[in-house]
Design a protein around this ligand. Structure first.
Ligand code: C5P
Length: 418
């Protein structure tokens, strides 16, 4: 096995594609300084036994010569949509059909915008439209360009269309700024492409997941909420789908796109989330309560906007129903997994919740610290069940969700075979 696979976080979580040899990878290189990293990427892919063809945008050829990619891929490099020679050798349609995977690395903000809007005015954007194979995109750009709302909207759109985004990394950028936007390392991209991240460990199971915050209205314009972004719950839904489950996602208000094959039930308040979850839970084999449900809601919601008259004011709150605890008390409850976000005493609070709410498993994480937690791309988890525990180190929430789903499946199978 090649050296970069040996550095996988935990190889037992991965199953290798049997078809790695002769896998046809079409690498699209667009015009960014990270194009030089794609030369190494092509070399690694070849080393894994893949056949590689490279398509370059015109601006990419200003960063790195097509000859470099020709030498590394062992194939002619394609640069033009309407080049008579290239057309006879391999048309854009034949190239798209040849590919088992289309990877765009680096993907500039421009090619991302073109692909998300279906523009086809050069070879690479046309290939994206013509491709019927899985598409992977590894963005690389200045951190401000990456964070710009329109870029994030384009990324969300591509994700919703089934494209896998290999998220950029944090660090020093060629422009001198520091932040999120560096293209992922070639070995990481290679691993994402060639390694099937998750086994079909939930095949045929019905999985119910709650995600995001709730909003508890005070009056028509104000509400009480929390910092949950829903990213962990949505990543879990995605991973459960990949693991073969039929997923229902009950979501509070978030700015995320749910995977196409998920049944999405959107709610706002804790009471609505309770109703939606309790209506589905009896029909599911696994429930993961990843939502940050409000513990208290205002006892009354004013029908008119509350005026600022008194110097001080009081809001009376009442406890909401504990959804998780109610699910675990059903006559035949699903395998029930809770979350515990804690600022202190992580383990003891998590263990207390595991027992008091009668859960099968609880995933605890720190909040209010520099790394991880609410609204972060990354997180680390300390997972507890009645007879054991496991630490999942700080990593991207997508990967973390895959690992948690595998752990849920292991414990679910253990419970159902003993
Ligand atoms: O008790 P605490 O709110 O810290 O427990 C967190 C876990 O309980 C999370 O899994 C959350 O989804 C769930 N919860 C719930 N209903 C509530 C409050 C929390 O399901 N009303």
């Amino acid at each position: 096995m090649e050296e970069f696979f040996q550095t996988c976080h935990n190889t037992t979580f991965y199953s290798f594609l049997s078809m790695t040899i002769n896998k046809h990878i079409l690498v699209g290189v667009s015009g960014g300084i990270a194009a030089y990293k794609s030369a190494e990427l092509v070399r690694l892919l070849r080393k894994q036994g893949c056949e590689v063809r490279v398509v370059m945008t015109e601006s990419a050829t200003q960063f790195i010569s097509p000859l470099t990619f020709q030498a590394l891929s062992g194939n002619p490099v394609h640069t033009e949509l309407l080049n008579a020679d290239a057309e006879t050798a391999m048309s854009h349609i034949s190239l798209a059909r040849w590919a088992d995977v289309l990877l765009i690395a680096p993907a500039t903000a421009n090619i991302i915008a073109k692909c998300s809007h279906g523009l086809a005015n050069d070879l690479l954007s046309t290939l994206y439209l013509a491709a019927e194979c899985p598409v992977y995109i590894a963005p690389a750009m200045n951190q401000a360009m990456w964070h710009k709302t329109v870029t994030q909207e384009n990324i969300a759109k591509l994700k919703a269309h089934g494209v896998t985004i290999i998220n950029p990394e944090q660090g020093e950028q060629a422009c001198g700024e520091t932040g999120l936007g560096r293209m992922s390392e070639p070995a990481t991209i290679c691993e994402r492409l060639l390694v099937q991240p998750i086994a079909p460990c939930l095949q045929g199971l019905r999985v119910l997941i709650s995600a995001g915050p709730t909003r508890e209205p005070l009056d028509p314009v104000r509400y009480i909420t929390n910092r949950s972004s829903g990213k962990m719950g949505y990543a879990l839904a995605r991973a459960a789908v990949q693991a073969g489950a039929k997923v229902t996602l009950v979501s509070g208000p978030v700015n995320l796109v749910a995977p196409d094959s998920v049944e999405l039930l959107q709610v706002e308040t804790a009471a609505q989330m309770y109703e939606a979850v309790m209506a589905q839970a009896p029909y599911c084999e696994l429930y993961i309560g990843a939502a940050a449900v409000a513990d208290y809601s205002p006892i009354t919601t004013e029908s008119q906007k509350i005026k600022k008259q008194a110097r001080q004011t009081t809001i009376i709150l009442q406890k909401t129903n504990d959804i998780l605890a109610t699910v675990s008390q059903l006559n035949t409850p699903p395998f029930t997994v809770g979350f515990a976000a804690e600022t202190d005493n992580l383990e003891s609070y998590a263990q207390k919740k595991l027992h008091e709410k009668n859960l099968d498993m609880i995933a605890a994480n720190w909040v209010g610290r520099e790394q991880g937690g609410f609204d972060s791309e990354q997180n680390a988890l300390q997972v507890f069940w009645k007879t054991g525990q496991k630490t999942l180190a700080m990593m991207d929430k997508t990967k973390l969700a895959e690992q948690l789903i595998l752990l849920c499946a292991e414990r679910f199978n253990e419970k159902n075979t003993t």
